[in-house]
Design a protein around this ligand. Structure first.
Ligand code: FES
Ligand SMILES: [Fe+2]
Length: 452
């Protein structure tokens, strides 16, 4: 159990909070590229407890700046895109993507007022189908060379969804390998050939055992947690018999992401981006190591649940997430349908806006969560002291962060330690794009990587 002060320290992300300072040392997803397509590419956004306006000017340059006009505070999200920037609808002041004031048209013709006006503005870049911004001081860090940023556009697909709760509890569900055996339990297995684009519904690599069966029948995973240069690696083992063990390798990507396998062909890289202390968006990039991603299908599947423009779930606390007691008795553990995103959403939102960790009781299955919180506190302290926290990278070190490896498969009970690396390396070698084998793994399976 922790004190209220400790809980506040690791959850609150406003501009003056220590964890808010940590978060501002990283690029943050601020929208999907899709959200600024369309006729009027202007969008109000709330990020890390602050309000901004995101826009694309007539030349296609992205800008992000404070939402309140520096003249008398009107809302720039209702502005006009013209004259090389965004113009406030109140008195026509005009700002470019860098926040420079270009015109103050109601002032006398010889006025120099606008030379002294600068709206706070932040850099925006497009990467992996998402728009990213940097709200921190000084030079922004470099992006790590992880798969979702290396893969070509044809092999990635980005989407997002709102969770009405603090970012940390949303992240923590992703570093909790045990919950999948309960929260996502299906009493019957469906045809694994229908699994495209869905998690936990295919067959594990190296077998025809459906993941639903493995999760249901082997519910006490052994969880190994290792510290890595990007965060944590989790290896969850479910021993099937003396010969076979189910191995699932997932990663915590510091500070607020995870990288997990979705199927034998795709991986999910997902960030839990604070809107404010009580809300977050999950932003995910799905990366394929085989065929190009069927973006239309992936998008249509997700639009069944998420409603635009805010990417809010149609199943939410106002309708009990579609809870059906009959279904709970006969078909699923939750009674909330087959979409596992709904299960996770219920789990994290039902804890309340910010989980009261002064009342929790952690067990051994929460091992990765315990280690992550320790790491988070350590890096908050580092950022507070003016240092560079984990994964806030310069160009040279960013190139060394590759992968990370993910997998879900049935391997040998003796020898799983190299088995999962072999599966990951083979997948990379067979990919139609140059998916780098992380150096740390290449060194451990030299028989597969010797040619490189
Ligand atoms: S408040 Fe924006 S131009 Fe006056
Ligand atoms: Fe889950």
């Amino acid at each position: 159990m922790m004190s209220q002060e400790q809980n506040d320290l690791i959850t609150r992300i406003g501009p003056n909070a220590p964890c808010g300072k940590l978060m501002r040392a990283y690029w943050q997803p601020v929208a999907l590229v899709d959200e600024l397509e369309g006729e009027r590419p202007i969008k109000p956004v709330r990020l890390l407890g602050e309000d901004f306006v995101l826009f694309k000017d007539e030349q296609g340059r992205y800008g992000l700046m404070d939402r309140d006009c520096p003249h008398r505070g009107a809302d720039l999200a209702f502005g006009r895109l013209e004259g090389g920037g965004l113009r406030c609808a109140f008195h026509g002041w005009l700002f470019d993507v860098e926040g420079k004031c270009l015109e103050t048209p109601a002032e006398p013709a010889n006025s120099v007022l606008c030379q002294n006006i600068k709206q706070r503005a932040f850099p925006v870049v497009a990467k992996g189908g998402m728009l990213w911004t940097y709200l921190g001081a000084g030079e922004p860090p470099a992006f790590p060379e992880i798969d979702c940023f290396v893969a070509p556009d044809s092999h990635v697909f980005a989407f997002k969804g709102l969770f009405e709760c603090n970012w940390l509890q949303a992240l923590e569900v992703g570093i909790d390998p045990a919950h999948a055996s309960f929260l996502h339990r299906f009493f019957e297995d469906e045809d694994t050939s229908q699994a495209y684009g869905k998690q936990f519904r295919g067959a594990s690599a190296g077998s025809d055992l459906p993941m639903t069966k493995v999760l249901r029948e082997y519910d006490r995973p052994i969880i190994n947690v290792e510290h890595t240069e990007y965060g944590l690696r989790l290896i969850a083992l479910r021993q099937i018999d003396d010969e076979r063990t189910h191995v699932r390798v997932t990663n915590q990507l510091f500070p607020h992401g995870f990288v997990i396998p979705m199927s034998t062909e795709m991986t999910i890289t997902q960030w839990h981006v604070p809107v404010d202390d009580n809300n977050c968006y999950w932003y995910a990039i799905f990366t394929s190591y085989t065929k190009p991603v069927d973006k239309v299908k992936m998008r249509d599947q997700r639009l069944e649940l998420y409603e635009l423009p805010d990417y809010k779930s149609r199943r939410n606390k106002t309708n009990d997430y579609g809870f059906d007691p009959h279904e709970q008795a006969t078909a699923t553990y939750t009674g909330m349908g087959a979409d596992i995103n709904v299960h996770d959403q219920w789990a994290v939102e039902s804890m309340g806006p910010i989980q009261d960790r002064t009342r929790e009781h952690l067990g051994q299955s929460d091992k990765a969560i315990i280690q992550y919180r320790r790491l988070l506190r350590q890096e908050i302290a580092k950022a507070e002291a003016g240092g560079k926290p984990l994964l806030s990278l310069d160009e040279a070190s960013a190139r060394a962060i590759q992968g990370p490896a993910t997998m879900d498969g049935i391997g040998p009970t003796r020898g799983w330690e190299t088995y999962w690396m072999e599966v990951d390396v083979k997948r990379r070698r067979g990919a139609p794009w140059a998916a780098p084998v992380p150096a740390e793994i290449a060194a451990k399976v030299p028989h597969l990587t010797a040619a490189e």
